[in-house]
Design a protein around this ligand. Sequence first.
Ligand code: GRF
Length: 188
Amino acid sequence: MKNIIVLVSGGGTNLQRIIDCIENGEISNAQVSLVVADRQCFGLDRAKNHNIENHLIPRGKTFSTALKQLLPEKTDLIVLAGFLSILSKEFCETFKGKIINIHPALLPKFGGKGMWGHHVHEAVLAAEEKESGATVHYVTPGIDEGEIFLQKSFSISENETVESLAQKIHEIEFEILPKAINLILKKI
Ligand code: GRF
């Protein structure tokens, strides 16, 4: 049984999707063994609702050290699912190849500091991009800079809004995040 640890800062619909996929068998031989948030958020409630061990470690310089102490000895995969803190260089190096993030745009475009949530979609629309999408990538110390693992795009329509982009991208995330988790877990 593979242990997945999920880090959240917000509503946690991607966390919910992972939980649902484990329950319905789309992700096999795995469990979410721990959910950690860096602030009070609904993602934590989702973990509680499913009796998953959950902790709040307030954001700040000691987050990564505190997180490391909570991790099970057998930590197979750490998934950043709408997680807004930056993990330390040391933490990223210790868990190299075992941490992934889901980003609501087609990296390497529209990533980096400040590029989260509606800011991403606003920037995409302002740049008059022809397409957007979502990216699953490995996490390194640089923000949104790690190797891209999986990506899916769609064409932006003429009357696209921040809200419509957000909705379409969440649908794509719900598709590619479980897919990426399955592919990675099979490799390790
Ligand atoms: C997602 O759009 C993800 O790409 C980004 O944060 C959002 C989290 O949404 N990193 P949710 O909390 O899973 O609903």
